[in-house]
Write a protein that binds this ligand. Structure first.
Ligand SMILES: *Cc1c(COP(=O)(O)O)cnc(C)c1O
Length: 219
């Protein structure tokens, strides 16, 4: 699909949900995509991209960062603390704040820099053992510690529902958790389910293969 076709679907989902189009940010997930496809979407004027690895993102975006006005980069994959400084150099938003040790290190780095990326706490809604994220039962304490102890501004919550489940109920639950914590941001919805996510209040949808095609093998 082209970016224009995705845009049409987003606009229709917003109308159906009674939400303004500006309420939803499309993050075009360029991870593991060939350079010529990303270049084509860039040429069309799109400026908001998501990557899941710091190193791969540096290779693709570090040089462009200076040259491209309005470029906005979102880290959507796990962040190792030893790559924290490099991530903060490159990314405007981090969707994967998922543990205490990262929050502590992030708070220190943010204080030293005097600037903080837009932060989403990743929630492991179904408590899947192989998946990163704060468990729902630990979320209140985690967000509270970020806000009060660490002085880290949390913008929203992020989730990746279990692949075998209907996503709707998971999106509804994330929205409920965010509302209870008074958080405005909801990063949820990917290629297969972004319309459902918009219906449940997503503010950021992360769409890769529907825009760029299926990914190359991870390298
Ligand atoms: C890869 C990835 C996406 C994009 O997935 P698609 O199904 O290609 O849209 C979204 N979110 C995260 C966290 C990802 O790792």
């Amino acid at each position: 699909m082209t970016l224009a076709a995705i845009e049409t679907r987003i606009a229709a989902a917003c109308v159906a949900a009674g939400r303004p189009r500006q309420a939803v940010t499309l993050v075009a997930v360029s991870k593991e995509q060939p350079e010529e496809k990303v270049a084509a979407v860039l040429d069309s004027g799109w400026r908001i991209y998501g990557e899941n690895r710091v190193q791969e993102a540096e290779g693709r975006w570090a040089a462009r960062r200076a040259a491209l006005r309005g470029l906005e980069l979102h880290l959507i994959g796990p962040l190792q603390t030893n790559k924290l400084a490099r991530a903060l150099d490159l990314f405007d938003a981090v969707h994967s704040l998922d543990r205490d040790s990262l929050a502590t290190r992030l708070a220190r780095a943010v204080q030293a820099r005097g600037a903080c990326p837009t932060l989403f706490v990743q929630v492991n809604l179904a408590a899947e053992p192989q998946k990163a994220g704060v468990r729902p039962e630990d979320l209140d304490a985690f967000v509270d510690a970020c806000r009060r102890t660490l002085d880290l501004p949390i913008f929203g919550l992020m989730c990746i529902p279990p692949v075998e489940d209907e996503p709707g109920p998971h999106f509804a639950r994330l929205a409920e958790l965010a509302a209870r914590l008074d958080l405005a941001g909801l990063s949820m919805g990917m290629s297969d389910d972004f319309e459902t996510a918009i219906a449940h209040g997503a503010t950021h949808i992360r769409v890769g293969s529907a825009i760029f095609g299926s990914r190359q093998a991870a390298g």
